[in-house]
Design a protein. Structure first.
Length: 240
């Protein structure tokens, strides 16, 4: 709540439009021009909020609208790698009220990003796993947590095993072999660089990922470099 001369406000009153009953919430932080308080739970609809002074007077008249609680119905993608930092989109409703995400294996609150009806976050680390492990995801809303109806599955980090580089005109076509896994990594999640002896990195433009039973092929091209040769490649998993 913001205003002027708020120093003496001790609590905030939340009252329905009919005026029959009200709830009060203590002030947590008061700078004189703004104060912080927790809005108590309530039924869907609008209420009147006012600032209570020590003599009992309640000044001001602001409207707060209660909406339905957020719900989490799905996660896209539904998998992530053990080292974390994969971008996960949360599916559900009323997601604009979500303040953060918590995983059951990592109790710290993860900040979320909300824009145009879409909520997303980056997964936390899951240490010391060598096989798939599921993690329950919770939405943090005020002082409560709400479980998602689907879980997120952690897999060991992707394993890139070898590469080949073939000149095609002025370009260098690079094929990186990766052990097949269940991560369903997209081309926009991978950034590849060719590395020369002088440690000069040149970006390899992603083209496609070809999947097979045992090995996937990550294919990219280093453009317009007729005299460029590489000694190694560096693969980064991106924070999209």
């Amino acid at each position: 709540m913001t205003g002027k001369n708020l120093h003496h406000v001790t609590r905030v009153r939340i009252q329905g439009h009919m005026g029959c009953s009200f709830k009060e919430s203590p002030v947590w932080n008061n700078t004189g021009s703004s104060l912080t308080f927790h809005i108590p739970s309530g039924d869907k609809g609008s209420v009147i909020v006012c600032a209570v002074l020590p003599d009992g007077r309640c000044l001001g008249k602001a409207t707060v609208t209660y909406g339905s609680s957020p719900s989490c119905t799905g996660l896209t993608p539904s998998t992530t790698w053990a080292s974390g930092k994969r971008k996960i989109k949360v599916q559900g409703s009323q997601l604009e009220f979500v303040e953060g995400v918590v995983h059951d294996h990592a109790p710290q609150t993860i900040l979320t990003n909300y824009s145009s009806g879409s909520l997303w976050y980056h997964t936390p680390l899951f240490e010391h796993i060598n096989q798939p492990v599921t993690s329950t995801v919770f939405l943090r809303v005020a002082n409560q947590t709400l479980a998602c109806s689907s879980q997120l599955t952690y897999h060991p980090d992707p394993e890139f095993t070898s590469y080949t580089a073939i000149k095609t005109g002025n370009d260098l076509r690079v094929t990186i072999e990766k052990r097949a896994d269940e991560l369903n990594i997209a081309t926009e999640e991978i950034l590849v660089f060719g590395v020369q002896e002088e440690n000069q990195d040149v970006q390899c433009i992603m083209e496609t990922i070809e999947k097979s039973n045992g090995t996937d092929s990550v294919i990219c091209e280093i453009k317009n470099t007729p005299n460029f040769n590489i000694n190694s490649v560096r693969v980064n998993l991106l924070l999209r």
